[in-house]
Design a protein around this ligand. Structure first.
Ligand SMILES: NC(=O)c1ccc[n+]([C@@H]2O[C@H](COP(=O)([O-])OP(=O)(O)OC[C@H]3O[C@@H](n4cnc5c(N)ncnc54)[C@H](O)[C@@H]3O)[C@@H](O)[C@H]2O)c1
Ligand SMILES: N[C@H](CO)Cc1c[nH]c[nH+]1
Ligand SMILES: [Zn+2]
Length: 436
């Protein structure tokens, strides 16, 4: 088993087109998915639990009406006791590191007092009830439970509702244990678009939430887009991606394995190597072919690398920085002698891993930062999931009598400029005429 990665050269006249094709962004959504999801959302909205029973039977293959949608509290604690102690220790380690990192993201309320006694400020409050989607179709993700739940807890969210599909109704004990350790309040075994609809609109069993966070497949992502507005959403986290920038200072086997690590998520995941050295690209290609047959998920990795992977050779450092910024990868690993400087020079990435010991897989589990990151180039305008996603800000305006004179005069002029007389007179009522 082997795979020949596409090779792209920045000096080629075709490079821009080749890069656009490789990134295959701006594609219309898959045939029929929008319509199917709209139907699922509408049916759950109108028929509640009855619709969840039908879809769970159809997509996850079990009878939730007979076996129950909610995972009982005793079952959650049973899972925590059932997992091997090594797994429990590592989950606890991850929760502690993720919590410690996210505590730095805490936003504080603030106030300023102006000289005339007017007080202005911003009050930060947590969301009341949040829904966490934890994917469970092709793989199970205890780490995603931690990455969603811990920042929500740090933010002070009152109630955390988790949904996750359980193919054939089978629980994954590590997922349930992670839920307990991360402070999740209630867990429901339902997935896909139907789970998102249930969180957005509520059913007899599942309470409606204020915001839904968490990654998922195309059905989950499409449903999140469709319910946005009724509830908040974090982002549309698509298939995993990694961009590795390497020179000859790093072992090519390490690079190959890091490309595999994201490719093994999904056939549609994307792993790219960017280098200024053709020899480095060639060595990584050799490592890929030698290591691929040793991988348990070799078929998925092969498909992902064949369809979406590439080795890009830049003809200058400027070209390398420009390509990295165009890709705006979810994960950017920089394994070069000037890694720290490159990390300064590249502006767009979800997370940057600097130096050969900073494997992206450490970030996926327990380095501390969040692994829910902007994908598909959205790192140009979007940020990692964090405490700030679970908090909202309210402006505070407390104008003194003296402040109302100066602010009011200008407000009145601006309001009359907009022909909004009630606004103007409301401000003018508070103006003191001379001699008052
Ligand atoms: N960005 C991140 O942080 C992160 C973390 C973990 C996973 N992921 C990604 O999340 C995704 C998880 O996808 P998954 O499929 O394994 O799990 P999933 O939980 O997102 O989806 C499974 C659900 O999809 C629905 N579904 C499946 N086929 C359907 C069909 N034909 N019609 C309607 N609904 C259907 C079913 O309801 C099923 O329960 C992967 O792409 C993975 O790479 C991303
Ligand atoms: N790399 C994924 C985000 O793109 C997160 C993850 C979970 N488990 C392993 N990896
Ligand atoms: Zn991963």
């Amino acid at each position: 088993m082997h795979v020949s990665m596409k090779k792209l050269y920045t000096e080629s006249a075709q490079f821009d087109n080749q890069l656009t094709e490789l990134l295959h962004r701006d594609q219309p959504s898959e045939n029929g998915v929008d319509e199917l999801v709209a139907e699922v959302v509408a049916t759950v909205r109108h028929r509640g639990d009855a619709a969840l029973y039908i879809y769970t039977k159809k997509f996850d293959g079990f009878d939730a009406e007979a076996r129950g949608l909610e995972v009982p509290q005793f079952r959650l604690h049973q899972a925590l006791d059932a997992i091997p102690s090594k797994q429990r220790e590592s989950l606890e380690y991850a929760v502690a590191r993720v919590r410690a990192y996210h505590e730095h993201q805490q936003q504080e309320s603030w106030q300023i007092a102006e000289s005339d006694g007017t007080i202005l400020g911003q009050k930060v409050t947590p969301m009341q009830r949040v829904g966490l989607y934890v994917p469970g179709g092709k793989a199970t993700y205890p780490s995603s439970v931690i990455m969603n739940a811990v920042p929500a807890k740090v933010a002070g969210v009152k109630e955390l509702i988790m949904v996750s599909p359980t193919p054939n109704g089978e629980f994954n004990d590590m997922v349930l244990a992670a839920a307990v350790l991360s402070g999740v309040d209630r867990v429901f075994r339902v997935g896909g678009a139907q789970a998102i609809a249930a969180l957005a609109y509520g059913t007899e069993t599942i309470p409606a939430v204020d915001k839904i966070t968490g990654p998922g497949n195309i059905y989950v992502a499409t449903a999140k887009k469709q319910v946005f507005g009724k509830v908040g959403i974090d982002m549309i986290a698509g298939p995993s991606e990694v961009l590795v920038i390497a020179d000859d200072s790093v072992d090519p086997d390490w690079v190959a394995m890091d490309l595999f690590a994201q490719a093994e998520h999904d056939e549609i995941a994307q792993s790219i190597l960017l280098t200024m050295d053709d020899v480095v690209a060639e060595r990584v290609q050799q490592s890929i072919n030698r290591l691929l047959p040793t991988m348990e998920r070799a078929d998925i990795i092969q498909q992902s690398l064949k369809n979406n992977g590439a080795l890009i050779i830049a003809d200058s450092r400027d070209a390398l920085v420009s390509v990295a910024d165009q890709i705006a990868a979810e994960h950017l690993e920089i394994f070069t002698q000037d890694a720290e400087q490159l990390a300064q020079d590249i502006s767009h990435a979800g997370a940057i891993f600097i130096g050969p010991y900073s494997a992206e897989s450490l970030g996926d589990y327990c380095a501390g930062p969040n692994h829910v990151l902007p994908t598909a180039g959205t790192a140009r305008f979007s940020s990692p999931l964090g405490v700030y996603d679970f908090q909202k800000r309210t402006s505070i305006i407390q104008v003194s009598q003296a402040g109302a004179q100066s602010i009011g005069q200008h407000a009145s002029v601006l309001a009359r400029g907009e022909s909004l007389t009630a606004h103007a007179r409301s401000a003018e009522y508070r103006l003191q005429s001379e001699g008052d």
